[in-house]
Ligand binder design. Structure first.
Ligand SMILES: [Zn+2]
Ligand SMILES: [Zn+2]
Length: 321
C-alpha cells in the first residue's frame, strides 16, 4: 500500500510569497558558501543532506487530498481539497500510460469547503467513460457538491459533468468491502460532524485517515473508541492543525486537534506511524518543521514499549506501508 499526499493544508489553500522563496535561496547560498557543485544533481544532494526540510523545500499549500494506492482496482481518494486538481491530471496520465481503470472511489471526511473545493477542477469528472463513486458518512454529500457548482458560484453545473457519478452513504461501526480494500468509519467531533476512515488492504496493512477531529485532552478516557479505531495501524494521518497551547486555549472548540494529542492516541493504539496533517494556513514552513521536531521529541519522551515514527505530511509525500 502506498499513501500519496496531494494536499496537506487546512482550511484554505496557500502559497509561499516571493520574499519567502528569496529568503530560502539566500540562506541556502550562505550555507553553501565556499563549496562548488559539478551540476544541479550535486547541488540537489547538498540541499537534501545538509539543509533542514523547511530550508530547502516547502510543505505545500493545497488543501486535503490523500490517495490510498493498493495497486489494484479503482483509485481510492480521501477528500477533494484543492490538491485534487493535480491528482486528477496524474490519474489521467496513469490511465493513458499504464492502463489504470477509469474508476475513482472517494471517501469524504466531511463537507467543509476546503475538503470539496477541488471537485469542480477534477478533470476525470468531465470525461465520458469515467466512473466516480463518492462515499461519505454524511447523507447530504450530494447536496454539498451540487451546491458548490450552482451558477452563482461556478460556471459549470454539476449535471454537465460527463462521468457516471454515484453517491453512497456509509454506516459507521461496520466493515464495508469496497473493491480491493475493507473500509470502516467513525464519527468525529467537528462542526456538522466529520468521519475518520480505516482502510485495510488484502495483505492486512492498515491506513487511517482522520482529519478535522477535535479530541479533548481533559477527557482522553472518553477517546477509547478512537484508540480502538486506530489500533495497530501502519499509518495514522491525523489532524494536528494547532499546537497544544493553541488547542486548549483560544482555539478550544474550533474542531481541530494538536500534535500532542495525536501522539497520545497513536501510542495508546500502538500505531506504527503518524503523519501530521491539515497544517494551519498561517504557519510558515519553518513553523511546521518546528512543530514536527517538537512532536518527535514529545514522542521520544512519552514512548512506551514500541516507537511511533512521526512524519510530517507535505504535498508530494509518498509513504510506503
Ligand atoms: Zn478542514
Ligand atoms: Zn472542517
Amino acid at each position: 500500500m502506498k499513501v500519496r499526499f496531494w494536499g496537506t493544508r487546512g482550511s484554505l489553500p496557500v502559497a509561499p510569497k516571493a520574499d519567502a522563496v528569496r529568503d530560502k535561496i539566500a540562506a541556502a547560498l550562505v550555507a553553501a558558501s565556499g563549496r562548488g557543485f559539478a551540476d544541479e544533481a550535486d547541488a540537489r544532494s547538498f540541499l537534501e543532506s545538509e539543509l533542514d526540510f523547511a530550508a530547502a523545500h516547502t510543505y505545500g499549500g493545497a488543501t486535503s487530498c490523500v490517495e490510498i494506492d493498493v495497486a489494484e482496482g479503482a483509485f481510492i481518494v480521501c477528500d477533494m481539497g484543492s490538491g485534487l486538481r493535480e491528482f486528477g491530471l496524474d490519474a489521467m496520465r496513469r490511465c493513458a500510460q499504464q492502463g489504470h481503470a477509469r474508476e475513482w472511489h472517494f471517501f469524504l471526511s466531511h463537507l467543509h469547503w476546503d475538503h470539496i473545493m477541488g471537485f469542480p477542477f477534477f478533470v476525470p469528472a468531465f470525461v465520458p467513460g469515467s466512473k466516480i463513486v463518492i462515499h461519505a458518512g454524511h447523507a447530504d454529500a450530494e447536496q454539498a457538491l451540487r451546491r458548490q457548482q450552482e451558477e452563482i458560484s461556478f460556471p459549470v453545473p454539476f449535471d454537465w459533468l460527463k462521468a457516471a457519478i454515484e453517491f453512497r452513504t456509509l454506516e459507521p461501526g461496520r466493515e464495508h468491502p469496497i473493491g480491493a480494500v475493507t473500509v470502516s468509519l467513525i464519527e468525529q467531533h467537528h462542526s456538522h460532524s466529520s468521519y475518520g476512515f480505516r482502510f485495510r488492504d488484502r495483505e492486512g496493512r492498515v491506513a487511517i485517515y482522520s482529519t478535522d477531529s477535535e479530541h479533548k485532552i481533559d477527557r482522553m478516557e472518553g477517546e477509547a473508541d478512537v484508540v480502538a479505531f486506530f489500533a495497530d495501524a501502519d499509518l495514522v494521518v491525523c489532524d494536528t492543525m494547532y499546537s497544544l497551547a493553541d488547542s486548549v486555549s483560544m482555539k478550544e472548540d474550533w474542531g481541530h486537534s494538536s500534535n500532542i494529542v495525536a501522539v497520545d492516541l497513536c501510542h495508546e493504539a500502538t500505531a506504527k506511524r503518524l503523519a501530521l496533517f491539515h497544517h494551519e494556513p498561517t504557519y510558515s514552513d519553518a513553523d511546521i518543521e518546528r512543530m514536527h521536531k517538537e512532536t518527535i521529541r514529545y514522542e521520544e519522551l512519552t514512548r512506551g514499549a514500541a516507537p511511533l515514527e512521526v512524519l510530517c505530511a507535505y504535498d508530494g509525500l509518498v509513504v510506503e506501508l
